[in-house]
Design a protein around this ligand. Structure first.
Ligand code: ADP
Ligand code: MG
Length: 382
């Protein structure tokens, strides 16, 4: 997008403006602020700008006030300092003046959005001279506004926000500076198995945390009491550990609490009681993990080390966050709760790159093709 002369051109730009809405107001405008530079650049280029986004998960084909982008249009207008009209009927074309911007109503109200319908893609494409895909967080789903439209628009290109994200993630996936470490915590191994398998093939060191570490510990026969774990994945965890155990570091001590009690105790991993739950990694593990991250030149982090939402169990996650930023490595962090944690610790600014892309972040690191990116590459090649 940055390379194109867009003066007077009709530009349809896909952003991810999917913000939490409370009482008819945007409760967190982080995603709007992330999209601002792209929109400002388009305004400065004197394009005729049409912005398209989804919000939440409304029933397709039905307008529902609760999922309207109205609060987003208002907030975006304040942030940009311009009027942002919200357009509900655009299927038969819309008029936008040069250097002005309009926002289409929630694209998920339209039948065919989620099924990547060709007709909806063509209708969207008909609105513009150039389609700009800038919503990396939606690029892992082939939908009409992320994929079909890019096939049929007269021209399709990547927006600057998407480019930044892809470049940061490529620095991890393609020829990263070694040694490379991955810290993979969070709730469930099942939801990140593909990612962890792929990372284990490629990294020099992998440190599991949270429920994922529990599942490895359980698979290796350590007592877990009432901890969060997934016994259905013990076979796979054991197989991964047998193959890649030499590049994995598992906790040797853990913070536990008895069920229905608030007492907090640190135990060696073989001494967890039947009525206890592992809530965080212990102090020795934190120190050992932090030391092992010191010489790393690339670190990718997804998933908290413990139930950090409770201050009593946030220490392990905080220690890892601090170890990663002070390692001096190129560091990328992603994941809903992980980002929430680093923001709470006030460390967000110190990572090289913070990805808010959720599912797309995980799928990209897994090495999967993202349809919303692939279609741009196809268009660029043809
Ligand atoms: P992300 O959204 O960053 O990818 P996940 O969704 O996989 O991370 O997991 C985050 C959740 O895992 C957090 O809400 C945290 O409380 C929980 N969690 C981490 N460790 C534990 C643990 N030992 N016991 C229970 N919950 C845990
Ligand atoms: Mg999560």
């Amino acid at each position: 997008m940055t390379d194109l002369d867009l003066a007077g051109k009709r530009v349809l730009v896909r952003e991810d403006l999917n913000c939490p809405i409370k009482n008819g107001q945007v409760a967190n405008d982080a995603r709007l602020r992330a999209a601002l530079p792209t929109l400002q650049e388009l305004l400065a280029k004197q394009a005729c700008i049409i912005v398209v986004s989804h919000l939440g998960r409304p029933k397709e084909g039905v307008f529902d006030e609760a999922f309207s982008l109205k609060p987003v249009a208002e907030r975006l207008g304040v942030l940009l300092g311009v009027e942002v009209p919200l357009v509900r009927d655009w299927q038969h074309g819309i008029q936008v003046d040069q250097g002005h911007l309009v926002l289409l109503e929630n694209i998920r109200f339209n039948p065919g959005e989620q099924s990547d319908d060709e007709n909806l893609g063509r209708t969207l494409a008909g609105l513009c001279d150039v389609f700009v895909m800038d919503a990396f967080a939606t690029a892992h789903r082939a939908q009409a506004s992320t994929h079909a439209v890019a096939r049929f628009a007269p021209m399709a290109c990547a927006g600057p926000l998407l480019v930044r994200e892809v470049e940061a993630l490529e620095r991890i996936v393609l020829a990263p500076q070694r040694p490379v470490a991955a810290v993979t915590g969070g709730a469930k191994l099942s939801s990140k198995l593909g990612l962890i398998e792929r990372l284990l093939e490629q990294v020099d060191l992998l440190i599991p945390g949270g429920g994922i570490a529990n599942t490895f510990l359980g698979a290796l026969g350590h007592p877990l009491g009432q901890s969060l774990t997934e016994p259905a994945f013990y076979d796979q965890a054991r197989a991964l550990h047998a193959r890649y155990g030499d590049r994995m570091l598992l906790p040797e001590d853990v913070v536990v609490t008895p069920v229905g009690d608030s007492a907090v105790t640190v135990r060696l991993i073989d001494e967890v009681h039947d009525d206890e739950r592992i809530m965080d990694i212990g102090f020795h593990s934190q120190t050992r993990f932090a030391a092992s991250l010191k010489g790393m030149r690339t670190i990718v982090w997804n998933g908290p080390m413990g139930a950090f939402e409770d201050e009593a169990f946030a220490t392990g996650t905080k220690a890892m966050a601090q170890a990663i930023v002070s390692s001096g490595a190129f560091s990328v962090v992603g994941g809903g709760e992980t980002i929430e944690a680093v923001e709470r610790f006030g460390l967000a600014e110190q990572f090289s790159y913070l990805s808010t892309a959720g599912g797309a972040f995980l799928e990209f690191l897994e090495g999967r093709t993202l349809p919303g990116v692939a279609v741009l590459e196809e268009r660029a090649a043809s």
